[in-house]
Each structure stands twice: as structure tokens, then as C-alpha cells.
Write a protein that binds this ligand. Structure first.
Ligand code: SF4
Length: 398
């Protein structure tokens, strides 16, 4: 076990932007005092963003859930329905375009296509939908899907993942959201998603995408029974690929939500574990620019705290979200509240693009945007019994 002085030396090195080993990261994650960990991660963030370190970003986006039909049956998932189940639904293209129109109307800049592994949806389905979105709304960035969807659609269409990526990129996909990473180490992944591709395969497909010029974010699902060592191994696997491609723009850990799924909430990551992960991720990823705090799954205060533990981004005002909400995430927010949260964390809020450019820096609260329709879950109509925001019907596709 390292001496306290040795551990502080590792923290100091990482705070300066130096590389730490997976073993050192695991030791910090397990044993470093929480405040020392946060201070080092915050120093690393400030150093990386020297000159704009007073800013924390957010984005306005919408998830578009196109179907819940899924053949993969992940044990942590509360969203999917078996393809033969009477609970299956799909959204038609008109409905999807209407949701895109609302996103544009409300100042959103990004849509995230998110759905099950439908037994019939091959590359052609995504080509048709992405092309239609881009034709009507060229200003919307399609930041969607991940290696799991690519693997699935390529199989359905009988093509390689590389060809699938080329085709959906040509049709309009701008970048991958890094969905389906869950936990990459084999034991932890098999335990919760036995029918998904392996973690190595997930990374191989993301590396292929990066090499084709399609960048992505990366994610991690915490709290389904994985060990601390497996959490750090997940980071190592991503960092190794990033050393070769530089294609991961951000790392976004989020916590397992325990309702309505087969794991039945037996395990969850604590909020302290989450904050420790944010901090260790900032220190470990000397090659990933952005670390995102997730208020949606951990709550607003923890999201706010994450800005002091190395996060530089507070995610999104998600105009529609169903997937983690159906698993129990109850947190809701709106743009005004998010701006307030960021300010009371002593940062200046800035709306960002998908590629993290600052679209609007909200220096003066007196100049804040005042559209009170910009709320999370503006429309979350896939939830049984869920209700659309009353404004929903007022905005028609143009
Ligand atoms: S997480 Fe995705 S792939 Fe897994 S069951 Fe849910 S919808 Fe299907």
C-alpha cells in the first residue's frame, strides 16, 4: 500500500497533467482522501482550460427514441420490449421529424437517436432517417448511437461495421454518442449485457469510426455490481484506444438506475463513488478533453459538485429523455435552473455545440435567455402514463 506522501506525489503529477498508471488510478480511487482527490482533479481541469477555466458548459439537445423493440435484453435496461411483446412501439418518420422541428424551435442543436436493437432495422433504416433529418434540418447535429448499434445494423444488412459507419455517416450521422459502452471488462459486461458484443469489440468498432473521421464521446455505467478494479480497467481500455485515435471527445460516467429492470436495484454506485470516479477520470485521462457531470442520474447538487471534482461540462437540457427515466431517474431541470446551478458552483455558464465550441457565454444573468419552454423532459411521451408538456401541441413541424 503506498505511503500517504507517495499518493500525494501521484496526485501532484496528475494535477500537472502527467500520466498516471492504472494501478495508481485504482489506488487513488480506493484510498485518496476525497477532498485531495477533488482538489487535484480541479487543478488538472484548470490547467487544461487555462484562460477559460471559469466556464462550465451545457448543451440543449433531444433524445429521440425511435423504437423500444430490442433483441438484446440487457439486464439493467428498463426501456426495451421483446420484439414479440405487445408493449413494442416504433415512431414513424413524420413523428421523428416533428420532434426535430421542436428541438430547433427551442434552440436545441443536437439530436440523439436512441433505441433498441430492432430485429429489422439495418443500415438502410438509419440512412433513410438521417438523410431525412438532414434534408429538413441541416443545422441539427446528429450525435447518436454507438458501437452496439453499428454491430447490430451491420449484421442485419450483411455488411461490415466499417461499411455501415461509412454509409450512415454519408447519410448524415455527425458523431457517435458512445452508447452501449456500459462496462467494458468481460466479467462485468457479461453479467449485465450477455448478448451485447464484447468490450474489445465495442472499442474496435469505435476505433474504426475514429479512423473514418467520425468522432464520439465515451460513457460508463456505474453501479451494477462491478468491482473498483473493473471500473478502472474500463478507463484503461478507453485510454489505450484514445492514445491511437484521439477520437473520444469526452468521458461521461453515469449511475445505474434501479427500477423496472432485471437487476432489481440490488447494487448502486454511491454519490461519493460517482464523485471519486469523475475526479479519477479527470486525472487518468490526460488524453480526453472533456469530463461530463451527470445531474440527470445523480441529482442537481451532485452534478454541481462534479464541477469541483474535475468536470468541465454539466451535460444537457434534454428536451426528451425516456431511457434512464424509465429506470427511475426522477431529476428534472430547465435552462434557467441549470444556469443557476453552474453560477452557484462559481462558474460562468456557456451553451456549447456538440464539438464543445461556446455558442453563448452567459456572463450577465440580466441577459439570460428567457424561453421557459426550454425544460428537460419537455416531451417524454414513451413513458406509459407520461404526459407531454402542454406546449408540445403548439409547435408544429414547419
Ligand atoms: S440497453 Fe439498449 S441494447 Fe440493451 S436492452 Fe436496452 S435498448 Fe436493448
Amino acid at each position: 500500500m503506498p505511503e500517504t506522501a507517495d499518493r500525494q506525489a501521484v496526485l501532484d503529477r496528475a494535477a500537472e497533467g502527467g500520466r498516471i498508471t492504472p494501478e495508481e488510478a485504482l489506488d487513488l480511487y480506493r484510498s485518496a482522501p476525497l477532498h485531495a482527490l477533488g482538489a487535484a482533479a480541479d487543478a488538472a481541469r484548470r490547467k487544461r482550460y487555462a484562460g477559460t477555466e471559469h466556464i462550465a458548459t451545457y448543451i440543449i439537445e433531444r433524445n429521440i427514441n425511435y423504437t423500444n423493440s430490442c433483441v438484446t435484453a440487457c439486464k439493467f435496461c428498463a426501456f426495451y420490449a421483446s420484439p414479440k411483446s405487445e408493449d413494442v412501439w416504433t415512431r414513424d418518420l413524420d413523428d421523428i421529424l416533428r420532434r426535430c422541428a421542436e428541438t430547433v424551435e427551442l434552440g436545441g442543436t443536437q439530436v440523439m437517436f436512441q433505441g433498441g436493437h430492432h430485429p429489422d432495422y439495418g443500415v438502410e433504416y438509419y440512412e433513410e432517417h438521417f438523410a431525412a433529418i438532414k434534408e429538413r434540418f441541416p443545422e441539427l447535429v446528429i450525435h447518436s448511437l454507438g458501437a452496439s448499434e453499428v454491430e447490430h445494423m451491420a449484421k442485419i444488412s450483411g455488411v461490415t461495421p466499417e461499411e455501415a459507419i461509412r454509409r450512415i455517416h454519408a447519410a448524415g450521422l455527425d458523431s457517435f454518442a458512445g452508447a452501449g459502452a456500459e462496462l467494458l471488462p468481460a466479467r462485468a459486461r457479461k453479467a449485465i449485457a450477455p448478448l451485447k458484443e464484447s468490450g474489445e469489440r465495442w472499442l474496435e468498432i469505435m476505433e474504426t469510426a475514429h479512423n473514418l473521421g467520425v468522432e464520439s464521446t465515451s460513457t460508463m455505467l456505474m453501479g451494477t455490481g462491478e468491482t473498483n478494479a473493473e471500473r478502472i480497467e474500463h478507463l484503461r481500455m478507453i485510454r489505450d484506444v484514445q492514445d491511437r485515435t484521439g477520437g473520444f471527445r469526452a468521458f461521461i460516467p453515469y449511475t445505474y438506475q434501479p427500477e423496472n429492470n432485471h437487476l432489481k436495484g440490488q447494487t448502486q454506485a454511491t454519490l461519493f463513488e460517482y464523485l471519486r470516479m469523475i475526479a479519477v477520470a479527470r486525472l487518468f485521462f490526460d488524453n480526453v478533453a472533456h469530463i461530463q457531470g451527470s445531474w440527470l442520474t445523480t441529482g442537481k447538487e451532485v452534478g454541481q459538485l462534479s464541477l469541483h471534482y474535475g468536470a468541465d461540462d454539466l451535460g444537457s437540457v434534454m428536451l426528451e429523455e425516456n431511457v434512464v427515466s424509465m429506470a427511475g431517474a426522477k431529476h428534472r431541470s430547465n435552462r434557467m435552473e441549470l444556469l443557476g446551478l453552474i453560477r452557484s458552483a462559481d462558474r460562468v455558464p456557456a451553451q456549447r455545440s456538440t464539438t464543445y465550441e461556446h455558442l453563448a457565454v452567459h456572463e450577465d444573468p440580466a441577459d439570460d435567455p428567457a424561453d421557459d419552454r426550454v425544460v428537460s423532459h419537455f416531451s417524454s411521451t414513451a413513458i406509459a402514463g407520461g404526459s407531454a408538456h402542454p406546449e408540445l401541441n403548439l409547435i408544429e413541424a414547419k
